[in-house]
Write a protein that binds this ligand. Sequence first.
Ligand code: SAH
Length: 216
Amino acid sequence: MDINDSFVMQGRRARLVETIKGKGIKDERVLNAIGNIKRHLFVLKGLEYSAYEDRALSISASQTISQPYTVAFQTELLELKSTDKVLEIGTGSGYQAAVLAEIGVDVYTVERIEELHISATELLKELGYKVNTFYSDGFIGLDNYAPFDKIIITAAIPEIPDSLLSQLKIGGIMVAPEGIAGQGQVMRRIIRVSETDFERQNHGLFTFVPMLKGKN
Ligand code: SAH
């Protein structure tokens, strides 16, 4: 694998940053992260030259790496602080985890497909990103490491379970595409205002691959 960048890739990446800025992303840390991460290393071989188009692309195991704008939008909604401990559900290629790591938060990411868990773990390590990766069912979350300041779900979840909401700190934020896969999902931002109260906000329609139960 070529982990070296090229001027062509750097140029495309700089244009991608301008594109997502043009779509309304303002958080400089998010824009910098996207400007720094070699997305072409996170996509399938042969798709490298499409890696800096603002669209989702195929990865192994019939999954996708999210559209860069979507990654940026979800990350911005998290309102990250450098001291945050963040849980991601749906490691996939590892790209979203790399964005979080670039911003400097403490990242815990869970994937249910072993092949993807292994390849993302290796790639993130090779690129020098400190990310804690887990091969597990995200519906359960990571009880041993909870509570989290922020939780980001990157697969379509039909309904956010209490098991995950309970792993959020009071004052913490969860961002998740809620809805049936194939029908479009509403991007929810849920703020835990107290032990028992959650404030729910809606942030537009998106399309994700399904969140599935169990390991594979
Ligand atoms: N964040 C990823 C996007 C991957 S697509 C990236 O940046 O590339 C969504 C991922 O969620 C897929 O890899 C899929 O296998 C995973 N997934 C689906 N259901 C899951 C579950 N129950 N637990 C953990 N991961 C899950």
